[in-house]
Ligand binder design. Structure first.
Ligand code: SAM
Length: 236
């Protein structure tokens, strides 16, 4: 469970109604039973439930269960999709190890109004579900050119392009393994990148244009496929 409070031995955390309801009525935890909590900075703690009444409960940090991990230096840049598909894609990017989610507005992006709050709560839910201890950062939306300019020259862009010649993406990405400057995976909108946008991405100092196979994938499918390949090459 994610709690936005400092965590240390003996820390007492008053839960909000939603969290108390989840613990007491969904997980049916009893007084004295424990739950694992994290805040994205202080590692994971086993905390005991201290029931304060039918609808309220505190948690008391008892023992650190896992020490804090670093947030992965893996940017997942994507053209925002419409609601449910975007929720799904954000959730998959977190499960697949992205550390930074960067909405990028391209010419054919369907929804240019990005609900960052919604994305951030989806990220927290996904982090709780997949058991990571860091909360991936959701950055403000950027247009493509300024986003590309903001990347360090030696960061490798994994440019997912359905027009790239079909080849083995794992081989194409083999060089990522020892790249200290981090990786940025970029996936276009359902309408695809324009040729100018392709040229812009390809102009980045270190850009690997990869095909994810002979079929045209939905953008949210491409997210999972691309991040799975990158993770297997990075060995994370
Ligand atoms: N040009 C596509 C079409 O004809 O429908 C539209 C783009 S596709 C639905 C959405 C995005 O997923 C693309 O911009 C690309 O980044 C990624 N993508 C989809 N299939 C891919 C593939 N086979 N290889 C690499 N990237 C792919």
């Amino acid at each position: 469970l994610f709690v936005d409070r400092p965590l240390h031995e003996g820390a007492r955390i008053a839960l909000d109604r939603g969290q108390a309801n989840y613990l007491l009525n969904v997980l049916r935890l009893k007084n004295g039973e424990s739950v694992l909590i994290f805040n994205g900075q202080d590692g994971e703690w086993r905390a005991e439930v201290s029931v304060e009444g039918r609808k309220s409960a505190d948690l008391v940090c008892a023992v650190r269960a896992r020490s804090q991990t670093e947030r992965p230096d893996l940017i997942y840049a994507f053209a925002p999709l419409k609601h449910a598909r975007l929720d799904y894609m954000v959730q998959k990017a977190v499960e697949m190890g992205a550390g930074i989610l960067q909405p990028v507005i391209t010419q054919r992006t369907q929804s240019t109004r990005v609900n960052l709050e919604r994305m951030r709560s989806n990220v927290i839910e996904a982090a709780e579900q997949c058991g990571i201890l860091t909360i991936p950062e959701v950055r403000e939306e950027e247009s493509l050119a300024p986003f590309l300019k903001s990347l360090a020259q030696d960061r490798v862009i994994v440019f997912c392009d359905e027009d790239a010649p079909v080849s083995n993406p794992v081989q194409a990405l083999a060089e990522l393994g020892n790249n200290p400057a981090g990786v940025a995976v970029i996936v276009g909108p359902e309408g695809g990148f324009t040729d100018q946008e392709r040229a812009l991405v390809a102009a980045h100092e270190r850009c690997v244009r990869v095909s994810l196979g002979p079929r045209i994938l939905r953008a949210d499918t491409a997210a999972v496929a691309a991040l799975a390949i990158v993770q297997s090459v990075l060995g994370d």
